[in-house]
Design a protein around this ligand. Sequence first.
Ligand SMILES: Cc1cc2nc3c(=O)[nH]c(=O)nc-3n(C[C@H](O)[C@H](O)[C@H](O)COP(=O)(O)OP(=O)(O)OC[C@H]3O[C@@H](n4cnc5c(N)ncnc54)[C@H](O)[C@@H]3O)c2cc1C
Length: 436
Amino acid sequence: MENRLTIVGAGLAGSEAAWQAAQRGVDVVLYEMRPQTSTPAHKTGLCAELVCSNSLGNQLEGAAPFLLKEELQKFSSLIIASGHKASVPAGAALAVDRDIFSKEITRVLEEHPRVKIVREELKEIPGEGPVIIATGPLTSPALADSISSLIGENYLYFYDAISPIIDAASIDYEKAFFASRYDKGDADYLNCPLSKEQYENFIRELKAAEKVPFQSFEKPVYFEGCMPIEELAERGDKTLAFGPMKPVGLNHPETGERFYAVVQLRKENREGTAFNMVGFQTKLKYPEQKRIFSMIPGLENAEFFRLGAIHRNTFINAPSLLGRELSLKTHPHLYFAGQMIGVEGYVESCALGLLASMSATRRLQGEVFIPPPPETALGALYHFVTDKKKTNYQPMNINFGLFPALQERVRDKKTRNLKITERARVALRDWMDKIS
Ligand SMILES: Cc1cc2nc3c(=O)[nH]c(=O)nc-3n(C[C@H](O)[C@H](O)[C@H](O)COP(=O)(O)OP(=O)(O)OC[C@H]3O[C@@H](n4cnc5c(N)ncnc54)[C@H](O)[C@@H]3O)c2cc1C
């Protein structure tokens, strides 16, 4: 096999993938359509342009985004190194001067003797491999069509709202109770009950809350079943009580008490360390979400792994389409990386760029790809995108809810997260020894 890797898209994932492969001795051809053809969100022709915030996430030890960055740094990540070079003071976050950041990445890739950047929109998936498709959430329409005809209905493309995910340890179980509607099946849902007065207060605050405005290119086309709660509240004060907050069949299992409304929480992972707010898609501003959701009994001190959001998501149903090498099961030479496969965020996309590149490189070099263990941040993301048992696949940021639960029960969140971090460091060292 020729020692050559084609990468489509020089965003966060594609730039990292190109760098990693080139550093491992592979010749890389990196296609990027900007500046000739742009996306609705990008503004420059630079590699790894940050389209929105300039933050690469939390920088505090004991936070999942910190751990992910630490792991990427162990692999000499170009994105993370450039982030540190371009950093600006931002408290607990690693924020960057976006111009310096992207210029540095562009410079390094342009000067790399093994990387050739081709400024061209690829409209069709290349037939010969290996190829990494890393064209992101705003993949050009022509290429999106080409991908779509290859994978059919598994190509997910819509403006969608996502609902918040809560740290299970922060819920008040004196108020919230486990029950299934009409006692059907197991009591898998955790229910937060509201009285009439609590519900009315909640609706009043929800209607008055600040929402994130749409970008000019974002058309608010929702699926009816995925309406933001604030849109539903605008239709009538009781709409939510007849919709996602419907209380029927959810009386208290011990007292038999009936409620005016109920917010249901569903386990987000097998371990039950995280809960999803069922039907609570929202476009409220983040501080407003925290303020208003803390009005729900049981969630007064809720900590969020992910807050609700709405934006355009173009991604593939990775768990059903990709094999363990992060390439299509039907076309093993075609790897996918970045937000296209359902991770959310700059650093997460970079992480999947690293893994897809590592996998493709090992194949070129005649070696087997060994996936990262789930106890690491890289492994938690890898297992998220390849977990065949996942239903209703939705993009996700790195968070401790994706990691396997600790053997022991640790009540204090900070201590628990530090233990997960320590466990991850040991697992990463073992994995690095295996793949070196
Ligand atoms: C509007 C918006 C706001 C966001 N805000 C944030 C935020 O604040 N923080 C955060 O962490 N994440 C944010 N995200 C998510 C973030 O953009 C992605 O997580 C991240 O940039 C994805 O990285 P990527 O490499 O997968 O895609 P991108 O970084 O988008 O890179 C894809 C690249 O592929 C190129 N491309 C597309 N089609 C073709 C083609 N046919 N041929 C050649 N090149 C092509 C594009 O020009 C682009 O350079 C936002 C996303 C959107 C859409």
